[in-house]
Design a protein around this ligand. Structure first.
Ligand SMILES: [Zn+2]
Length: 256
């Protein structure tokens, strides 16, 4: 990092710091952060400060966003990029927060040109180069309780990481020491196995929503990587290993 960039980062950290009491008050309630080392917690607070400086959080339908809400979202999003750096969230700025699950009604054009309307109620969604949208009810429930395999913040920000190198396809930009074929093969095999198990009415081990498409598969296995690494490791140790290399974190050893 060059001298000028370092100077600006120091200035942001100093001028816009999350105070210790604000940080403590919000993060003490988050089970995902409880096993971090002190060094990691310091790094997470720095990243969260930069995150809140660079991103805007807007309440939909006049929903009032408190500092505690901002920190709850920032801290868990930044847990994902703890060893990736803020650049992993480049290319977009806005986070829109609804008080609860929100309805979307869209015109979808399928590959064969058919147009249909889709009506869905969502807890979150991530737009390519656009905003990330969250339902606070869901964020609150899944942040303050450790629910194995479920965390909407991790899920939607995983989509953002995936979109850093184009449309979400289940493969974020890999590090130079990570062979692309190994990632593709490992994740494709696990994805196929999941779909076969579901087709044959067998137990799926992980949330069946992961079978929707490769992008959802990556987002769901990321949720397991942070909330229930033991389940992910049992389900497929090779997938766990790929995520460990990508996120540069060993969540399994942390939770033990
Ligand atoms: Zn998703």
């Amino acid at each position: 990092m060059n001298f000028i960039k370092k100077y600006f980062i120091r200035r942001i950290l100093k001028k816009h710091a999350i105070s210790y009491s604000e940080w403590h008050h919000s993060t003490i309630k988050l089970p995902l952060l409880q096993h971090l080392s002190n060094k990691e917690k310091v790094q997470l607070r720095k990243l969260s400060t930069l995150f809140l400086y660079k991103k805007t959080m807007v309440g939909a339908k006049n929903f009032k966003i408190t500092r505690a809400m901002q920190i709850t979202i920032a801290a868990q999003a930044c847990l994902q990029i703890l060893n990736l750096g803020m650049g992993a969230f480049n290319g977009w700025v806005e986070i829109i927060i609804y008080p609860g699950a929100f309805k979307v009604n869209r015109k979808i054009t399928s590959a064969n040109g058919l147009v249909h309307h889709e009506n869905n109620t969502l807890s979150g969604e991530a737009w390519d180069r656009g905003p990330l949208v969250l339902s606070w009810d869901d964020v609150e429930h899944e942040s303050y309780n450790l629910l194995p395999g479920y965390n909407v913040v991790i899920h939607e920000f995983a989509h953002k990481l995936d979109m850093l190198n184009g449309r979400a396809n289940g493969m974020p930009p890999l590090h130079p020491n990570m062979p692309i074929e190994q990632w593709s093969q490992t994740l494709s095999q696990a994805y196929e196995l999941l779909n076969n198990n579901l087709d044959n009415f067998q137990h799926s081990y992980i949330n069946p929503y992961a079978s929707t498409n490769p992008a959802e598969f990556f987002a769901v296995i990321s949720e397991y990587f942070f909330t229930a690494p033991d389940i992910l490791f049992q389900y497929c140790p090779d997938v766990y290993e790929q995520l460990k290399q990508y996120y540069r974190q060993d969540t399994l050893s942390r939770a033990a």
